[in-house]
Design a protein around this ligand. Structure first.
Ligand SMILES: CC(C)=CCC/C(C)=C/CC/C(C)=C/C=C/C(C)=C/C=C/C=C(C)/C=C/C=C(C)/C=C/C=C(C)/C=C/CC(C)(C)O
Ligand SMILES: C[S@@+](CC[C@H](N)C(=O)[O-])C[C@H]1O[C@@H](n2cnc3c(N)ncnc32)[C@H](O)[C@@H]1O
Length: 378
């Protein structure tokens, strides 16, 4: 495809001082002379080396991700958790040759997934330990094969009509307005990665102040199960598409167990059930384009009583310390999925106001890279 490099230059929207400053600074950063000078100066050399390393990591990131995928697929992280492993042991476990096993072990150690504990022997590294224990993150690593298939030609992905099917839009049936099969793969993926998200929401907001909570787009009920464990007095409900609710019923046992109501429906066409003083939208809004997102917020507004609360929990754009996660990762992920976009907390604030809510607050979460929380009320 051809890219028009002419358009977009000389826009009068950009203040002249900003354009000049950024152009000057970037000229300095790009200069080989400046780079060589910075590498020789004490203190500055430390920053320069770190910047060079970050630039290299950005270039090589896909390769690192594939090392992680290989380590997960052959069961290396699980094996290392059990105790020291050498190349022969990994070869036996994985069916790889000893040379390939050694290559993988060394790559994993370079990425802190593994750690050399004696010549030729490895255990889990610190990063490997955190990931190995996080079943949701591991499920996402495996799931990324679909994302990478869509990203193989990123410019083609950006250029194509967003109605064209992709690997991710086929996986997330609702994004393509296609019916979900009964045992939905996406609900299983969401349930397995819910624990880390629920932890953020439960740490940021005191759900126990409510009487009845409805989780809209609640999938197989993993979030309400986590809420029930933390706040046993709360009456709980889940609203989701009929095939997903059938899966939730099977997973939760019959009708969903005590104090767990299951509501099948389509939030774009059916009214949400009333009588709940708290509604949650966990990893739901970012799946939808702005008009659909607003209509869902309006439906939530209609369902809540006066003083009722809406709690939004999902990864958000513009998150301090985790900006790449928002617009780079979820921006491209949701583009490949054919619907939705990551939004900042302030963008949600503006939408909530339009939908008729009274005000909003961002609540701090322990790991904002996993999810941010926004709370509003009627
Ligand atoms: C004690 C002393 C002195 C020092 C300690 C030093 C210290 C603080 C060490 C740190 C140890 C520690 C506590 C580590 C914690 C690590 C954690 C919490 C790691 C968490 C990792 C989480 C990851 C990698 C999450 C990844 C999530 C992904 C990729 C989610 C993808 C979600 C998708 C694609 C969702 C799709 C749904 C849709 C369609 C968008 O709606
Ligand atoms: C990304 S998943 C999040 C699931 C769950 N909240 C979680 O965080 O694990 C989005 C959920 O919204 C549901 N959903 C999508 N479109 C819907 C619609 N029109 N009506 C009801 N639920 C819908 C999906 O079935 C899915 O369970």
């Amino acid at each position: 495809m051809s890219i028009n490099h002419e358009r977009g230059f000389g826009t009068s929207q950009v203040p002249a001082w900003r354009r000049r400053w950024v152009a000057w600074r970037n000229g300095v950063m790009a200069s080989a002379g400046f780079q060589a000078w910075a590498a020789r100066l004490p203190l500055v050399s430390w920053i320069a080396r770190r910047r060079a390393g970050e630039a290299f990591d950005l270039v090589a990131g896909f390769c690192y991700s594939q090392v992680l995928l290989a380590a997960v697929q052959v069961g290396l992280l699980d094996r290392l958790r059990e105790g020291p492993c050498d190349a022969a042991g990994l070869a036996l476990l994985s069916g790889l040759s000893e040379a390939a096993s050694l290559r993988l072990l060394r790559a994993a150690a370079a990425l802190d997934l593994a750690e050399a504990v004696a010549p030729g022997w490895w255990m889990l590294g610190q990063r490997g330990a955190a990931l190995q224990a996080n079943l949701g993150a591991l499920a996402m690593v495996r799931h990324h094969t679909l994302l990478y298939a869509d990203l193989a030609d990123p410019v083609a992905l950006l250029c194509r009509d967003r109605a064209e099917p992709t690997a991710l839009s086929a996986f997330w049936h609702y994004a393509a307005d296609a019916p979900a099969p009964e045992a939905s793969a996406y609900s299983a993926l969401m349930a397995s990665s819910q624990a880390m998200v629920a932890q953020q929401a439960l740490g940021a907001y005191r759900f126990a102040r409510h009487r009845r909570l409805l989780d809209v787009g609640g999938g197989h009920g993993a979030f309400v199960s986590a809420v029930r464990a933390a706040c046993p007095a709360l009456d709980l409900g889940v609203f989701d598409l009929p095939p997903v609710i059938a899966g939730a019923a099977a997973r939760l046992g019959g009708a969903g167990g005590d104090a767990m109501a299951l509501h099948p429906g389509d939030f774009f066409h059916d009214a949400l059930p009333q009588g709940y003083d708290c509604i949650t939208l966990v990893r739901v809004l970012h799946d939808h384009d702005d008009a659909a997102c607003l209509s869902l917020l309006q439906a939530v507004r209609r369902a809540l009583p006066p003083g009722g609360r809406l709690v939004i929990a999902e990864p958000m754009a513009g998150t301090p310390g985790a900006r790449a996660m928002g617009d780079a990762y979820f921006g491209f992920y949701l583009w490949a999925m054919n619907a939705g976009r990551p939004r900042t907390a302030a963008e949600y604030g503006a939408m909530l106001k339009t939908a008729g809510f009274a005000g909003w607050r961002r609540k701090a979460t322990a790991y904002p890279v996993v999810a941010s929380v926004v709370v509003t009320h009627t």
